[in-house]
Design a protein around this ligand. Sequence first.
Ligand SMILES: [Zn+2]
Length: 68
Amino acid sequence: MAKKIFSCVACGKQPLTKNEVSINKKLLGMTSKNFYCIECLAIFLEVAPQDILDKIEDFKNDGCKLFE
Ligand SMILES: [Zn+2]
């Protein structure tokens, strides 16, 4: 089965990492079809990119299987 390649809807960066796709699902909703890279997601949510990375670490520490 071909692996789906996701690209950032704002800047076009691709491929997005598994963690990038997963944090989009966590923060924007599982049904979201628009995915952003870390930097564009930070701009969209008006937070610092590091805040997004911290959130990924939080989810990982919680044992969330969406993150690696
Ligand atoms: Zn982007």
